[in-house]
Write a protein that binds this ligand. Structure first.
Ligand SMILES: Cc1cc2nc3c(=O)[nH]c(=O)nc-3n(C[C@H](O)[C@H](O)[C@H](O)COP(=O)(O)O)c2cc1C
Length: 190
């Protein structure tokens, strides 16, 4: 098995990270991989915003609001715990990256192809990190769709769509995942 193949099939989404910081040089290698993703018409629709402490802190009021909405009907302690968990998910990962893809409301097909290309660039990024021993989690949720977050991060919703956040760090635990077999997903046609 080649090292590339081994890297692809061993990668797992990581939910718990060590506190050890990630070197910027390792991130830069991963962004180099990300920018080599395929894209139709050479649109290069992806952008990566690496959130420092200030940027993360600026999201806290919105995280609190979304976590409170999610906890509707629960008791006060559960609401507080939910808010703390949600804040920790933003503050604790060693690296937090908002990923955007170009929006083209006048051309739905282009936007769909650009989203596909940006997903490819995220996978390039994630596989490059994994190759360097760094795990990551692609996460979506309320904060990817919040006007507050666009404003806080200085992202124009007219030009770009936040398609997710990538959290990254050295893995504390590598989970196991069952995947569909090749026989279930592939069919050779005559
Ligand atoms: C578009 C996309 C969105 C995802 N959003 C989340 C998310 O919001 N929260 C989460 O825990 N994992 C998220 N994931 C990670 C998946 O849950 C994960 O890939 C899946 O469980 C398979 O595990 P594996 O990545 O280890 O193969 C997302 C993955 C993709 C591709």
């Amino acid at each position: 098995m080649s090292r590339v193949h081994e890297n692809i099939i061993s990668r797992r989404t990581i939910y718990r990270f060590e506190e050890t910081p990630i070197e910027m040089a390792a991130l830069e290698v991963a962004f180099e991989a990300a920018r080599h993703a395929p894209c139709h018409k050479h649109t290069h629709p992806w952008k990566f915003y690496v959130l420092g402490k200030e940027a993360r802190n600026s999201l806290i009021p919105e995280i609190e609001r979304l976590a409170t909405l999610k906890a509707a009907g629960k008791d006060e302690i559960e609401v507080k715990e939910g808010i703390q968990r949600a804040i920790s998910k933003i503050l604790s990962p060693p690296v937090l990256i908002a990923v955007t893809s170009t929006v083209t409301p006048e051309d739905d097909f282009r936007e769909m192809e650009d989203y596909a290309a940006t997903a490819c660039s995220v996978q390039n990024l994630v596989l490059s990190l994994w190759d360097q021993g760094i795990g990551s989690q692609w996460s979506t949720g309320g904060i990817t769709r919040s006007d507050f977050v666009y404003r806080a991060l200085g992202i124009s919703p007219i030009k770009e769509k936040i398609i997710g956040f990538v959290k990254a760090g050295y893995p504390a635990i590598i989970p196991q995942r069952d995947k569909k077999s090749v026989d279930e997903i592939r069919k050779y046609l005559p």
